[in-house]
Design a binder for this molecule. Sequence first.
Ligand SMILES: Cc1cc2nc3c(=O)[nH]c(=O)nc-3n(C[C@H](O)[C@H](O)[C@H](O)COP(=O)(O)OP(=O)(O)OC[C@H]3O[C@@H](n4cnc5c(N)ncnc54)[C@H](O)[C@@H]3O)c2cc1C
Length: 222
Amino acid sequence: MNILIVYAHPEPKSMNGAMFNTAISTLTAAGHQVKTSDLYHMEFNATSYRTNFSSTLNHEFYKQQLEELHATSVNGFAPTIAAEQEKVAWCDLMIWQFPLWWFSVPAIMKGWVDRVFAMGRTYGQGYTYETGIFCGKKAMLSLTTGGGKEDYSTGGLNGDMDNMLKPLHRGIFQFTGFSVLSPHVVYSPARRTPEDRSKELSNWTSRLNTIFEETPIDITGY
Ligand SMILES: Cc1cc2nc3c(=O)[nH]c(=O)nc-3n(C[C@H](O)[C@H](O)[C@H](O)COP(=O)(O)OP(=O)(O)OC[C@H]3O[C@@H](n4cnc5c(N)ncnc54)[C@H](O)[C@@H]3O)c2cc1C
Protein backbone atom coordinates (compact mmCIF):
# COMPACT_ATOMS: atom_id res chain seq x y z
CA MET A 1 0.00 0.00 0.00
CA ASN A 2 1.02 3.64 -0.41
CA ILE A 3 1.55 5.60 2.79
CA LEU A 4 2.24 9.31 3.26
CA ILE A 5 3.65 10.44 6.61
CA VAL A 6 3.36 14.16 7.31
CA TYR A 7 5.71 15.05 10.17
CA ALA A 8 5.94 18.27 12.14
CA HIS A 9 8.61 18.53 14.86
CA PRO A 10 11.59 20.86 14.91
CA GLU A 11 13.96 18.37 16.63
CA PRO A 12 14.93 15.13 14.85
CA LYS A 13 16.11 13.55 18.15
CA SER A 14 12.70 14.09 19.80
CA MET A 15 10.20 11.38 20.65
CA ASN A 16 8.22 12.49 17.62
CA GLY A 17 11.36 12.06 15.51
CA ALA A 18 11.73 8.53 16.90
CA MET A 19 8.09 7.75 16.09
CA PHE A 20 8.50 9.17 12.57
CA ASN A 21 11.61 7.03 11.93
CA THR A 22 9.93 3.97 13.47
CA ALA A 23 6.97 4.37 11.12
CA ILE A 24 9.18 4.71 8.04
CA SER A 25 11.28 1.65 8.88
CA THR A 26 8.34 -0.52 10.01
CA LEU A 27 6.11 0.23 7.03
CA THR A 28 8.95 -0.08 4.53
CA ALA A 29 10.01 -3.42 6.02
CA ALA A 30 6.40 -4.62 5.68
CA GLY A 31 6.60 -3.98 1.93
CA HIS A 32 4.66 -0.72 1.75
CA GLN A 33 5.67 2.30 -0.33
CA VAL A 34 6.33 5.27 1.97
CA LYS A 35 6.57 8.95 1.10
CA THR A 36 7.17 11.67 3.67
CA SER A 37 6.65 15.37 4.19
CA ASP A 38 9.10 16.40 6.92
CA LEU A 39 7.79 19.93 7.22
CA TYR A 40 10.54 21.51 9.36
CA HIS A 41 13.29 19.85 7.32
CA MET A 42 11.58 21.12 4.15
CA GLU A 43 11.30 24.59 5.76
CA PHE A 44 7.71 24.47 4.59
CA ASN A 45 6.21 27.96 4.45
CA ALA A 46 3.04 27.89 6.55
CA THR A 47 1.69 31.19 5.23
CA SER A 48 -1.13 30.72 2.78
CA TYR A 49 -1.16 33.45 0.12
CA ARG A 50 -0.53 34.08 -3.58
CA THR A 51 2.66 32.02 -3.28
CA ASN A 52 0.31 28.97 -3.36
CA PHE A 53 -0.17 29.61 -7.06
CA SER A 54 1.66 30.00 -10.34
CA SER A 55 -1.62 31.27 -11.84
CA THR A 56 -3.71 34.32 -10.91
CA LEU A 57 -7.45 34.76 -11.35
CA ASN A 58 -7.87 38.19 -9.76
CA HIS A 59 -4.95 40.60 -9.25
CA GLU A 60 -7.12 43.13 -7.43
CA PHE A 61 -8.80 41.12 -4.68
CA TYR A 62 -7.37 37.95 -3.13
CA LYS A 63 -10.04 35.34 -2.48
CA GLN A 64 -8.21 32.10 -1.78
CA GLN A 65 -10.90 29.57 -2.67
CA LEU A 66 -11.61 31.24 -6.03
CA GLU A 67 -7.88 31.24 -6.80
CA GLU A 68 -7.82 27.55 -5.82
CA LEU A 69 -10.69 26.69 -8.16
CA HIS A 70 -8.95 28.57 -10.96
CA ALA A 71 -5.61 26.90 -10.23
CA THR A 72 -7.33 23.51 -10.27
CA SER A 73 -8.70 24.19 -13.76
CA VAL A 74 -5.46 25.60 -15.24
CA ASN A 75 -2.92 23.45 -13.36
CA GLY A 76 -1.83 26.63 -11.64
CA PHE A 77 -0.55 25.55 -8.23
CA ALA A 78 3.01 26.44 -7.24
CA PRO A 79 5.34 23.43 -7.69
CA THR A 80 5.85 22.93 -3.92
CA ILE A 81 2.08 22.84 -3.35
CA ALA A 82 1.39 20.64 -6.39
CA ALA A 83 4.01 18.15 -5.17
CA GLU A 84 2.27 17.86 -1.79
CA GLN A 85 -1.14 17.49 -3.44
CA GLU A 86 0.24 14.67 -5.58
CA LYS A 87 1.50 12.86 -2.48
CA VAL A 88 -1.94 13.08 -0.83
CA ALA A 89 -3.63 11.85 -4.02
CA TRP A 90 -1.10 8.98 -4.24
CA CYS A 91 -1.50 7.56 -0.75
CA ASP A 92 -3.89 4.91 0.57
CA LEU A 93 -3.12 5.91 4.16
CA MET A 94 -2.00 9.29 5.45
CA ILE A 95 -0.41 9.53 8.91
CA TRP A 96 0.25 12.84 10.69
CA GLN A 97 3.02 12.71 13.32
CA PHE A 98 3.15 15.72 15.64
CA PRO A 99 3.31 17.02 19.22
CA LEU A 100 0.05 18.46 20.55
CA TRP A 101 0.54 22.23 20.57
CA TRP A 102 -2.18 24.38 22.09
CA PHE A 103 -4.67 21.51 21.83
CA SER A 104 -4.02 21.18 18.10
CA VAL A 105 -1.34 20.66 15.45
CA PRO A 106 1.77 22.88 15.22
CA ALA A 107 1.24 25.92 12.98
CA ILE A 108 3.51 24.53 10.27
CA MET A 109 1.15 21.54 9.89
CA LYS A 110 -1.98 23.70 9.90
CA GLY A 111 -0.32 25.85 7.23
CA TRP A 112 0.37 22.74 5.17
CA VAL A 113 -3.38 21.98 5.25
CA ASP A 114 -4.36 25.59 4.51
CA ARG A 115 -2.16 25.62 1.42
CA VAL A 116 -2.34 22.03 0.12
CA PHE A 117 -5.99 21.11 0.76
CA ALA A 118 -7.30 23.44 -1.92
CA MET A 119 -10.89 23.86 -3.05
CA GLY A 120 -11.42 22.06 -6.34
CA ARG A 121 -8.33 19.90 -5.94
CA THR A 122 -9.26 18.32 -2.58
CA TYR A 123 -12.88 19.27 -1.79
CA GLY A 124 -15.87 21.35 -2.83
CA GLN A 125 -18.41 21.58 -5.62
CA GLY A 126 -20.46 18.82 -4.01
CA TYR A 127 -17.49 16.66 -3.10
CA THR A 128 -17.37 16.50 0.70
CA TYR A 129 -17.79 13.85 3.41
CA GLU A 130 -19.36 10.71 1.85
CA THR A 131 -18.72 12.07 -1.64
CA GLY A 132 -15.32 13.48 -0.70
CA ILE A 133 -12.50 13.39 -3.20
CA PHE A 134 -10.42 11.16 -0.90
CA CYS A 135 -13.10 8.50 -0.28
CA GLY A 136 -11.43 5.11 -0.10
CA LYS A 137 -8.37 6.48 1.67
CA LYS A 138 -7.62 6.31 5.40
CA ALA A 139 -6.03 8.85 7.70
CA MET A 140 -4.63 8.71 11.21
CA LEU A 141 -3.25 11.14 13.80
CA SER A 142 -0.16 10.05 15.74
CA LEU A 143 0.70 12.51 18.48
CA THR A 144 2.44 13.11 21.75
CA THR A 145 1.36 15.32 24.65
CA GLY A 146 2.86 17.18 27.56
CA GLY A 147 -0.10 16.39 29.82
CA GLY A 148 -0.74 12.93 31.23
CA LYS A 149 -3.44 10.50 30.12
CA GLU A 150 -5.60 11.35 33.14
CA ASP A 151 -5.63 15.02 32.06
CA TYR A 152 -7.21 14.00 28.74
CA SER A 153 -9.89 11.68 30.06
CA THR A 154 -13.55 12.63 30.37
CA GLY A 155 -13.76 15.02 33.33
CA GLY A 156 -9.96 15.41 33.36
CA LEU A 157 -8.12 18.73 33.57
CA ASN A 158 -7.94 19.30 29.80
CA GLY A 159 -11.04 17.41 28.73
CA ASP A 160 -11.58 14.37 26.59
CA MET A 161 -8.93 13.72 23.91
CA ASP A 162 -11.49 12.43 21.39
CA ASN A 163 -13.37 15.73 21.60
CA MET A 164 -10.13 17.67 21.23
CA LEU A 165 -9.25 15.85 18.03
CA LYS A 166 -12.69 16.19 16.43
CA PRO A 167 -11.90 19.36 14.46
CA LEU A 168 -9.04 17.49 12.77
CA HIS A 169 -10.91 14.22 12.36
CA ARG A 170 -14.16 15.72 11.18
CA GLY A 171 -13.20 19.09 9.72
CA ILE A 172 -10.23 17.94 7.66
CA PHE A 173 -10.11 14.15 7.28
CA GLN A 174 -13.79 13.26 6.97
CA PHE A 175 -14.66 16.53 5.23
CA THR A 176 -12.35 15.57 2.37
CA GLY A 177 -13.52 11.94 2.33
CA PHE A 178 -10.91 10.10 4.40
CA SER A 179 -11.97 7.30 6.73
CA VAL A 180 -10.46 7.91 10.16
CA LEU A 181 -8.41 5.37 12.09
CA SER A 182 -8.17 5.58 15.86
CA PRO A 183 -5.58 8.17 16.90
CA HIS A 184 -2.29 6.95 18.34
CA VAL A 185 -1.47 9.03 21.41
CA VAL A 186 1.74 8.80 23.45
CA TYR A 187 1.04 10.73 26.62
CA SER A 188 3.76 12.79 28.25
CA PRO A 189 6.88 11.06 26.85
CA ALA A 190 9.21 13.62 28.45
CA ARG A 191 8.06 12.59 31.94
CA ARG A 192 8.37 8.85 31.33
CA THR A 193 11.40 6.57 31.71
CA PRO A 194 13.57 5.58 28.73
CA GLU A 195 12.18 2.05 29.13
CA ASP A 196 8.60 3.37 28.92
CA ARG A 197 9.46 5.28 25.77
CA SER A 198 11.08 2.20 24.19
CA LYS A 199 7.91 0.26 25.02
CA GLU A 200 5.84 2.97 23.34
CA LEU A 201 7.95 2.66 20.20
CA SER A 202 7.44 -1.13 20.25
CA ASN A 203 3.69 -0.62 20.63
CA TRP A 204 3.76 1.76 17.67
CA THR A 205 5.62 -0.82 15.57
CA SER A 206 3.08 -3.51 16.49
CA ARG A 207 0.16 -1.30 15.60
CA LEU A 208 1.64 -0.30 12.25
CA ASN A 209 2.23 -3.92 11.32
CA THR A 210 -1.52 -4.55 11.30
CA ILE A 211 -2.73 -1.06 10.47
CA PHE A 212 -4.57 -2.09 7.29
CA GLU A 213 -6.65 -4.61 9.26
CA GLU A 214 -8.16 -1.85 11.41
CA THR A 215 -11.76 -0.67 11.08
CA PRO A 216 -12.26 3.10 10.87
CA ILE A 217 -13.81 4.79 13.91
CA ASP A 218 -17.13 6.64 14.18
CA ILE A 219 -16.79 10.34 14.84
CA THR A 220 -19.84 11.11 16.94
CA GLY A 221 -21.32 14.37 18.10
CA TYR A 222 -21.70 16.13 14.75
C1 LIG B 1 4.02 25.61 21.62
C2 LIG B 1 3.71 24.41 22.48
C3 LIG B 1 2.39 24.15 22.82
C4 LIG B 1 2.08 23.01 23.57
N1 LIG B 1 0.77 22.74 23.82
C5 LIG B 1 0.45 21.63 24.52
C6 LIG B 1 -0.92 21.27 24.74
O1 LIG B 1 -1.85 21.96 24.32
N2 LIG B 1 -1.19 20.15 25.44
C7 LIG B 1 -0.18 19.35 25.93
O2 LIG B 1 -0.48 18.33 26.57
N3 LIG B 1 1.13 19.64 25.71
C8 LIG B 1 1.46 20.74 25.01
N4 LIG B 1 2.77 21.02 24.75
C9 LIG B 1 3.79 20.02 25.14
C10 LIG B 1 4.14 19.10 23.98
O3 LIG B 1 2.97 18.47 23.47
C11 LIG B 1 5.14 18.02 24.42
O4 LIG B 1 6.31 18.68 24.84
C12 LIG B 1 5.45 17.06 23.29
O5 LIG B 1 4.30 16.38 22.85
C13 LIG B 1 6.46 16.01 23.73
O6 LIG B 1 6.91 15.29 22.59
P1 LIG B 1 8.39 15.51 22.01
O7 LIG B 1 8.59 14.67 20.81
O8 LIG B 1 8.64 16.98 21.85
O9 LIG B 1 9.20 14.94 23.22
P2 LIG B 1 10.75 15.14 23.60
O10 LIG B 1 10.80 15.98 24.84
O11 LIG B 1 11.56 15.58 22.45
O12 LIG B 1 11.13 13.66 23.90
C14 LIG B 1 10.91 13.07 25.17
C15 LIG B 1 12.10 12.21 25.47
O13 LIG B 1 12.15 11.12 24.55
C16 LIG B 1 13.51 10.85 24.29
N5 LIG B 1 13.67 10.00 23.11
C17 LIG B 1 13.89 10.38 21.83
N6 LIG B 1 14.05 9.32 21.04
C18 LIG B 1 13.91 8.23 21.83
C19 LIG B 1 13.99 6.83 21.60
N7 LIG B 1 14.24 6.33 20.38
N8 LIG B 1 13.80 5.99 22.64
C20 LIG B 1 13.54 6.47 23.88
N9 LIG B 1 13.50 7.78 24.16
C21 LIG B 1 13.67 8.66 23.14
C22 LIG B 1 14.11 12.22 24.18
O14 LIG B 1 15.51 12.18 24.34
C23 LIG B 1 13.44 12.94 25.34
O15 LIG B 1 14.16 12.79 26.52
C24 LIG B 1 3.11 22.16 24.03
C25 LIG B 1 4.45 22.46 23.72
C26 LIG B 1 4.73 23.58 22.97
C27 LIG B 1 6.19 23.87 22.62
